[in-house]
Design a protein around this ligand. Sequence first.
Ligand SMILES: Nc1nc2c(c(=O)[nH]1)N=C([C@H](O)[C@H](O)COP(=O)(O)OP(=O)(O)OP(=O)(O)O)CN2
Ligand SMILES: [Zn+2]
Length: 138
Amino acid sequence: MRKKIAVFRREQFNAAHRLNNPDLSAEENERIFGKCNNPNYHGHNYILELKVVGYPDEQTGYVIDMKILSDIIHEQVVRRFDHRNLNLDTQEFKNLNPTAENIAIVIWNLIRPHIAAELDLYVRLFETERNFVEYPIV
Ligand SMILES: Nc1nc2c(c(=O)[nH]1)N=C([C@H](O)[C@H](O)COP(=O)(O)OP(=O)(O)OP(=O)(O)O)CN2
Ligand SMILES: [Zn+2]
């Protein structure tokens, strides 16, 4: 009987950001986002983990070729966000607060069209060693 299995690929990108909601006052932004609201942008070494779930192909034994998965992440995420200021340099976060949650959802939306429809995709994004998010939730 065929069994479903998960394939994981981890990549890294470095990016600067500032958490800020332009609809709120400076005081509210400072209260909510604290040091992450500092006008001097700060950086994170983001660790991105993709999980792809499906049945291994009968011929290859692959759910997805991890090399191809790596290429997709580089093309769609690393090339776009690495060594960028997310607020200033990217279209995706011009009008979207670059929280870990929003970054993970944006990344899922960028990667999803490049993964075969029969496979499930999950994104885990580490902003720091202790702060991380997952999308979507099962
Ligand atoms: N729900 C969210 N909360 C926070 C986010 C976020 O994206 N979503 N982001 C931040 C900051 O950008 C950053 O992650 C916090 O950095 P820092 O406090 O330096 O990191 P640590 O929590 O790992 O450091 P401690 O030493 O544990 O304070 C904040 N919140
Ligand atoms: Zn931050």
